[in-house]
Design a protein around this ligand. Sequence first.
Ligand code: SF4
Length: 337
Amino acid sequence: SEKLLEVKDLSIHYVTEDGRIKACDGVNFWLEEGETLGLVGETGAGKTTTALGIMNLVPDPPGVIEGGEVYFQGEDLLKKKESQLQKIRGNSISMIFQDPMTSLNPVITIGEQIAEGIQLHQKLNRSDAIEKAKEMLEVVGLPKSRIDDYPHQFSGGMKQRVVIAIALACNPHLLIADEPTTALDVTIQAQVLEVMNNLKHEFKTAMLMITHDLGIVADACDKVAIMYTGKIVEFADKKTLFTNPKHPYTDGLFGSIPSLDEDEDRLTPIKGLMPEPTELPEGCPFHPRCPKAIDICREEHPEEIISKDEQGKEHRVLCHIYDSRYEHKFSDSAVKS
Ligand code: SF4
């Protein structure tokens, strides 16, 4: 089937006083029409930078897109002019952020805000756009009668539904959602996710779901990319990743799935912290925390190893254990220990 989005070797650096930060470092993944990809990692792993890179919205300075390609419907977005990109953003690609207030205008009614995008991108007249806006409200589970209300008249979860209505009103091919439920409390999170899941089926919108929450991945995603210190360390079909995780970091994440009421830093229970981007260790950046690390891990950065899962889908992992040149070293160390 068709690749809707293909990110190839994307590298984005931030130039800071403490040095160059490789926030996104040779990232590769792709997404087919209608699929949802979960981009998972701790705060600072580079997820949001990657998403901004896809939209060509990396703040410059301090950000620099160092290299790579972002093919969307076969065309490289990084080669497009800003005017072309503006047409694509909010039309074929929409983005929702963690805090709904960053995308809602407090002094304009939500009806106007939903209708605005529809009018702009679908060339409908105002009254048809308002009608469509009402439909969108119902789609996200809000009553039509709230069309003339202002954002402050809604709760956090309802505001995020409005944001989703705005994002989906133009029927985008791709929705990028950056921690869309993190700012909400747990029950509301579940409701908003359900709305998103239903919409995905109804509109066949592909989604890039940025999250630090494996529960969301389990519920909503088809594929998963696990990110650590700016790199994708594992990429696989969701089922494969959940039943046969290969990277020790992914393993660690599964070992640390917390109870639902701990909503802070869900991914940190792995021993130690992700290193500062300016102080990455030699070799595999995960080695200080990796229970399986051996000498080679402290010396050499692993190469990506690509295999096929049971369904013949690609499973990629960035770890020496799966490198045929080094496999024996790991079994030797297992014998010794
Ligand atoms: Fe652990 Fe070594 Fe694999 Fe890195 S390369 S994840 S340190 S086993």
